[in-house]
Ligand binder design. Structure first.
Ligand SMILES: C[S@@+](CC[C@H](N)C(=O)[O-])C[C@H]1O[C@@H](n2cnc3c(N)ncnc32)[C@H](O)[C@@H]1O
Ligand SMILES: [Zn+2]
Ligand SMILES: [Zn+2]
Ligand SMILES: [Zn+2]
Length: 409
């Protein structure tokens, strides 16, 4: 019987951290958990909750890893070996004191300030866990960071990170790839090299930068090609290369994405991935999303408007990229293992050099929606200006259409 059970496993109810804390509490040694005679009496600080200063010393209220908050204890600074947590605690504290227009750290913190610091520490933990999960799930070299220095919103509920399109219910894809016979696709492209076979120019230069106009398709080499994996005609398929940060915006646009590295002009940044659904289904979901005040739908209308990508509940980091009328990313239709023109992959490339720390944005192309909305406003409010003139006047003021729409109601 035991033999049959050899490969069976039962998920444990306790996390590794809880098991480790249990070992320490019961003074048990465990090789796998790293608890031994030398460190069984050490306890890990999970976060710091409060601070006070007496004549003799500075003290911190400590939340211990694996123990409930009722077991929190005040510890003198000299006993604590958690410089990173301490630094973060004081950064948060200074920020909160500044908000209350107080310059020096008081001897004892107000209840509200201490509660703010605990909330902040708990939020940071939740975001760090989410960040770790995103990085375990991604299949691309670029790392993902998460940051919220604005409010207490945690990771989005009901969102799963995926790396490639997911095909929605009832859709059957007929994927077909055609390859080339070249040895060197850039320098000696043979007649049937991938872009050429479709009568298009090679999309990339030797540095992998896109060199064709947006609107023209990109045909990358694929599994049927004779060239190697470092062929210059393989860019989007290599995935996100840059370290990016999902951050909470300060002006009510929800989460956004910024680059942590410098990016050169015409460089591939990310794909827009999500669930592929039919346009009819997109229409239905669109009403629901509109009521919720956000949309993650992207119409695949390169030749025919049949499919839509829905990144609302399943997507990659592009789920968090905001709209701008003056964007630093632009969209290209890309074909790799598939030549069905109704189903391009959507790749976002930089339109200019982007500094480390800058937010990434693309144009959602909502002009159509905007004009419709302005039409409604126009009919409702005044008959003074024709719709197009009103739109032009408002856009000339440099307003982003989102702010316009929000401001209009
Ligand atoms: C694809 S999501 C972008 C990520 C989103 N900010 C979030 O927190 O998940 C699109 C939604 O973000 C918000 N958004 C995007 N760009 C915006 C902008 N320029 N101004 C205001 N809201 C914007 C709108 O709610 C929009 O429906
Ligand atoms: Zn080729
Ligand atoms: Zn090639
Ligand atoms: Zn090829």
């Amino acid at each position: 019987m035991a033999e049959y059970l050899k490969d069976c496993s039962v998920p444990g109810k306790m996390s590794w951290e809880e098991l480790e804390a249990l070992c320490r509490r019961e003074r048990l040694h465990c090789e796998q958990l790293g608890v031994n005679g030398a460190n069984v009496k050490d306890y890990d600080v999970e976060f710091l909750c409060d601070y006070k200063k007496t004549k003799e010393e500075e003290l911190y209220l400590v939340k211990w890893k694996g123990f409930p908050e009722s077991d929190n204890t005040w510890e003198p600074k000299r006993n604590l070996k958690c410089p990173k947590l301490m630094k973060q605690f004081h950064l948060d504290l200074d920020q909160e004191l500044r908000r209350h227009k107080r310059r020096c750290t008081p001897k004892k913190l107000d209840k509200e300030v201490a509660s703010f610091l605990v909330q902040k520490a708990k939020l940071r933990q939740r975001l760090q866990r989410w960040e770790a999960h995103l990085n375990q799930t991604r299949n691309h070299p670029g790392r993902i960071f998460v940051m919220n220095e604005v409010d207490f919103e945690g990771p989005p509920k009901n969102f799963t990170y995926i790396n490639n399109y997911k095909v929605g219910q009832g859709i059957v894809l007929d994927e077909m790839a055609v390859g080339c016979d070249c040895k060197n696709c850039l320098e000696e492209p043979m007649n049937g090299c991938c872009p050429g076979a479709s009568l298009h120019r090679m999309a990339y230069n030797e540095k992998g930068q896109v060199r064709i106009r947006a609107g023209q398709p990109i045909y990358e080499c694929n599994s049927q090609c004779s060239c190697s994996l470092d062929c210059p005609n393989r860019v989007v398929q290599k995935g996100i290369q840059f370290d990016l940060c999902i951050f909470k915006t300060e002006n009510g646009r929800g989460w956004g994405v910024r680059t942590l590295q410098h990016i050169r002009k015409n460089t591939f940044i990310m794909e827009y991935v999500g669930e592929i659904i039919t346009n009819d289904e997109a229409e239905r979901r669109g009403h629901v999303y509109d009521c919720q005040g956000s949309t993650y739908l992207f119409d695949l209308d390169y030749v025919e408007d049949v499919y839509t990508v829905d990144a609302a509940h399943q997507g990659n980091i592009s789920h968090f990229v905001n709209h701008s009328c003056n964007p630093n990313l632009q969209v290209f239709n890309v074909f790799i293992e598939n030549i069905d023109e109704r189903l391009p992959r959507i790749a976002l490339f930089s339109t200019r050099a982007i500094r480390a720390g800058e937010e990434l944005t693309f144009d959602y192309k909502m002009q159509k929606v905007l004009t419709q909305l302005l039409g409604i406003i126009h009919r409702l409010c005044c008959e003074q200006f024709p719709v197009e003139a009103t739109a032009e006047r408002l856009l000339m003021r440099g307003s982003c259409c989102f702010q316009l729409i929000q401001g209009a109601f």
